[in-house]
Design a protein around this ligand. Sequence first.
Ligand SMILES: Cc1cc2nc3c(=O)[nH]c(=O)nc-3n(C[C@H](O)[C@H](O)[C@H](O)COP(=O)(O)OP(=O)(O)OC[C@H]3O[C@@H](n4cnc5c(N)ncnc54)[C@H](O)[C@@H]3O)c2cc1C
Length: 565
Amino acid sequence: MATIEDLGVIISTDILIIGGGIGGLVAAVKAKGENPEADVLIVEKQTTGWAGKATKIGGILAFLGPNNNGDKFLDFQVRSSGFYLNDQDLLSKYIQSSYRAIEDFIEWGTKLARTPDGKLLAFPNNFAPELSMTFIDIDLMLPIRAKARKMGAKFLDKIHVVDLLKKANKVIGAAGFNIVTGKFYIFRAKATVLANGSCGYKVRRFWVAGTGDGIASAYRAGAEMRNAEYGNLYGHTVYQDTDGGMVGHQFLFNSKGENLAQKYLPNSGPTGVFLPVPLAVGLEKEAAEGRGPITFAPPPAQGGGYPKMGLPKLNDWSQRMAEKEAKYGLPPGTKREIAIPLHGETSCIKVDHEMRTSLKGLWAIGDTSYAGSAVAGAVCSPPGITPGSGIMFAVISAAWAGPSAAHYAKEVPQNGLDYSETKNLKQAIFAPLQSGKSFLPGDAIIALQEVTAPIKYNLRRNKERLNKSIARVKEINEKLPELTAKDSHYLSKCHEVKSMVLCAELTFRAALMREESRGSHFREDFPNRDDKNWLKWIILKQDNDRMKLSTQPVPIEKYKIKMSD
Ligand SMILES: Cc1cc2nc3c(=O)[nH]c(=O)nc-3n(C[C@H](O)[C@H](O)[C@H](O)COP(=O)(O)OP(=O)(O)OC[C@H]3O[C@@H](n4cnc5c(N)ncnc54)[C@H](O)[C@@H]3O)c2cc1C
């Protein structure tokens, strides 16, 4: 008789961490720190320590220094960025943990910016009162990976995890396949931590790690989602250069030379580095009314890259980018026309204050749950609270989830697996490899981008266009059984497409339900904030194969920051 061992490679571990980006690595270190006896395994689609988003440019870290006032920051954040949709208790816990994360980075040996005499270099953060910021080098994950390995955590790379395994309402592991060998893998785990990032629909090349696989697997397993409507981050980029722009929307001009930030964001406070809604809508209007093209013209000092701060990799990278720009980019003085691509960042798994999802045995950290944690409120996350909080949220949420998962794993037994369920799952995962199918994953991605990326669908929303986008996503969804893969690399693409289609539906359905405008969610047909009816989180959940939406009031009466009159 066939046994479960005949289906594929079976691995048992106490704690399974899915995703070997910064969040996954820190969760491993913290889980091992809490319970050195626990078996901790990270499985990663690419290569642990090199994959994920934090390795793209390292970047800014925003934190509250030991002598700064967390209440002042909270007040600003809730009123001016999260617009009261924050879980204020979690936001306070987060910001109070931020300096500890900086100390952890130092202890692990990651390179942070230094003054010439070797002290931590910290600047006042322009984007939020009381916060400071520093810089971290691009190879930040390598010392953390070394630390995790030294503590006994194990790694398995090139594994694409597709679905979670469940018994009753409890997650008991996950299943996927090796992208190189095509072998089926089954992971039995007492505790599972999703650390596999957000969804960005592969529009921006630096953001391609985010295909929403963890979000989709959690949703399919029955976990609740929250703040899915805040998965529509846009930033400007410059055509024909080497990926510049994005930062500095205060230097955007129309063909008449008018400064558009001054025109559309007069007297606003800090607005982050990505495009705020009124400016994005204004840029569209300028172009539609014949005052395009919109160009990016920062003063010369702005283009100088990162200053030297003892961060060799970041320094090398910015120098190489400058050289590439000089060789292939536009000549100096050229008017730099911009585009406004979607960055996405759906990160909607709902979690509690220890990063536990609504399913027993399942945690979600970092970019899987930044918006879903409600720490940032009505803003796309990351950058969420402020630029420099993507890496910090991954590290801090991992520092909460790792020990929580380790405690749990100590208390519960390992579960057995059901042969037929696992066999069916294997068949479903490998289905695109069967012959006779014709929907190419690349075509599916383009079709999805046509409906997720344009501003008119995802940033400047209204009922009619949201219904159109939902209908289009449904059409793509109906074609998914026809997805075809010629090998296991393409099989990975097929599963990424499925995840992204689901994330798009979550975002559009939540956006259709929220009949008001708040933060990064803008409805032309409901242009005002409606605190009377919409001081609520939208919760999405799978219910008998349907997407069920409900609301949960924000418990503003128990929070520190009340509504202003
Ligand atoms: C260009 C760029 C610049 C940024 N700049 C900053 C900055 O200056 N400051 C800042 O704080 N933040 C910045 N961010 C955001 C920050 O990098 C992220 O918020 C943070 O790295 C998220 O970490 P994470 O571990 O949660 O997710 P990720 O880094 O996305 O890691 C997720 C990992 O899971 C893996 N994975 C995905 N799906 C699967 C699957 N199905 N099976 C197995 N593995 C899977 C991925 O390969 C990846 O390695 C930037 C991001 C980008 C792209």
